[in-house]
Design a protein around this ligand. Structure first.
Ligand SMILES: Nc1ncnc2c1ncn2[C@@H]1O[C@H](COP(=O)(O)OP(=O)(O)OP(=O)(O)O)[C@@H](O)[C@H]1O
Ligand SMILES: [Mg+2]
Length: 480
């Protein structure tokens, strides 16, 4: 079991928790990391091998499990699922573990689940568009210059929205599959000639669905949406320039393509035996599709789980069930999306504890861009900084700890000649105030990184507004 002890402060008795959010989860000497601190988001940084996973990450994971939290765990490295099996064994939570992945029996039809999450008085199109739009965004990350221009993201969302809506209008949520959305897109009319050809119309899935949708009896809202959807497929889409249309189609299809195939299709587009809602009942769902082994398919499936866990958690009623739920992402740069910062803003009222581990800030920036990275880390209030060689991250960590005024003493001797050529010496001493880092960036360079050479000790600074008024603590985690 990882033991956590704090180096600088003498232990003292903590006062009883005032409310649920003040429940202590981990002690550092006389300070406690409370549920409130964890609901405000935990961000762990440190160079590769600095002890993030086996130090602070392990301590927090075990604390969550010991306290009965449910949650989802994303996996980047192939050994992560086994690490969580060990945490669960050590904390008596093995019975709550659910592994999800091609090697396990559970299935999750995420489109049906996302449609069910939508309130009954709203059509689920927009919710599903957001979900697949984010998948498309992440799949295209850094792959083309188009991904930088907001037009393409909007145009691909529009394409997805109309494809999803057409399938829903024709087939209802029961008939909604990713394959159907894909077929709608790739058989959509490209020009007036196709639209005039009866043979082509018979062969086009898009046109078949349009005819089916027209034959359905719709309520007022759906009837109105059908007119807009029809206009898109019959007028707007064929009138796009072939190059633009090709780019937009390819952005969407490259996003969903990895999800259409083989065991990933079987896992996510058939039945449902597990959903993110089970984390609210204490289940720990380990997404055993490590990114290093399953590549983009593994990343996208985990991203979908994460987005739907966020939605399910935002919509929960904590008066009826306030069991905390967590999302633990090691190598978080692989799984972050632009929805994370919005989710984090209200995570406390949903009892949601997000833990993101990454080496440095540039990792997040290359995944999200600068503005979204700033928004995200601004909403991760509890920060744990391990040994790090990234100057930018170290300066940011020092800045976030804040500066203090220090009194600096200086002295000197000056030499001069008087009017008769004799040497004169004068001595001076000064005291001046200077505004300096409480923890300067170079302090992060030589923190202990664990392993036998440092007797399994991993050092870190934890910054947040601690109840005692301190802004940071220096702590040591013991690996086990
Ligand atoms: N249980 C353990 N006992 C002793 N040493 C360990 C243990 N787990 C990991 N180590 C060692 O401690 C160091 C820190 O490992 P850890 O995997 O926690 O680093 P990390 O910061 O998560 O790195 P990365 O960014 O590469 O994931 C490494 O040298 C590792 O070999
Ligand atoms: Mg690690």
């Amino acid at each position: 079991m990882t033991r956590v002890f704090q180096q600088w402060f003498a232990p003292r008795q903590t006062s009883p928790a005032q409310d649920e959010l003040d429940h202590p989860l981990l002690f550092f000497g006389d300070e406690a990391l409370t549920l409130r601190a964890c609901c405000e988001g935990v961000f762990i940084t440190g160079s590769s091998g600095s002890g993030k996973t086996s130090g602070s990450g392990a301590a927090i994971a075990r604390a969550y499990l010991r306290n009965g939290f449910g949650g989802i765990v994303t996996c980047c490295k192939p050994d992560e699922a086994e690490i969580w099996r060990r945490y669960a064994r050590e904390t008596g939570r093995e019975r709550d573990l659910i592994f999800f992945g091609p090697r396990h029996p559970h299935r999750f039809n995420y489109l049906n689940f996302a449609a069910q999450l939508t309130p009954t008085d709203i059509r689920p199109t927009e919710n599903l568009t957001q979900l697949l739009g984010t998948v498309t965004d992440v799949a295209n990350r850094g792959q083309s210059s188009n991904s930088q221009d907001p037009y393409w993201a909007k145009a691909s969302q529009q394409l997805l929205r109309n494809a999803i809506d057409l399938v829903l209008l024709a087939r209802g949520t029961g008939g909604l599959t990713l394959e159907e959305i894909y077929q709608t897109i790739i058989t959509a009319p490209n020009d007036d000639e196709q639209l005039r050809s009866r043979d082509w119309q018979r062969s086009s899935r898009c046109m078949q669905l349009l005819n089916e949708a027209r034959r359905q009896r719709h309520g007022t809202t759906a009837a109105h949406d059908l007119v807009i959807t029809e206009n898109y497929w019959l007028k707007e889409f064929p009138n796009l320039s072939p190059r633009t249309r090709g780019c937009v189609i390819s952005m969407v299809t490259t996003g969903i393509d990895p999800l259409l195939r083989g065991n990933i299709h079987e896992l996510t587009n058939t039945t449902t035996t597990v959903t993110p809602l089970q984390t609210h009942q204490g289940k720990i769902i380990v997404l055993d599709l490590p990114a290093k082994s399953y590549h983009s398919a593994g990343i996208l499936v985990q991203l979908i789980w994460k987005l739907l866990w966020q939605q399910a958690t935002e919509g929960r009623n904590i008066q009826a069930n306030s069991r905390p739920t967590f999302c633990f992402c090691d190598e978080a740069q692989t799984f972050v999306s632009r929805h994370d910062s919005t989710f984090l803003m209200t995570a406390r009222s949903s009892r949601a504890c997000v833990v993101y581990l990454t080496q440095n800030l540039p990792n997040f920036r290359s995944a999200l861009g600068k503005a979204e990275t700033d928004a995200l880390i601004g909403n991760l209030v509890t920060r744990i900084h391990h040994q790090n060689v990234c100057t930018e991250t170290n300066v940011w960590a020092s800045e976030s700890i804040s500066k203090c005024w220090r009194l600096r003493a200086s002295s000197g001797t000056s030499h001069s000649d008087d009017s008769e050529g004799r040497e004169r010496k004068s001595h001076n001493a000064n005291l001046s105030d200077s505004h300096e880092y409480q923890v300067p960036p170079e302090r992060f360079l030589d923190l202990r990184r664990g392993g036998p050479r440092s007797n399994q000790c991993v050092d870190a600074f934890i910054t947040r507004p601690w109840p005692s008024g301190r802004g940071f603590l220096r702590v040591t985690f013991k690996q086990s």
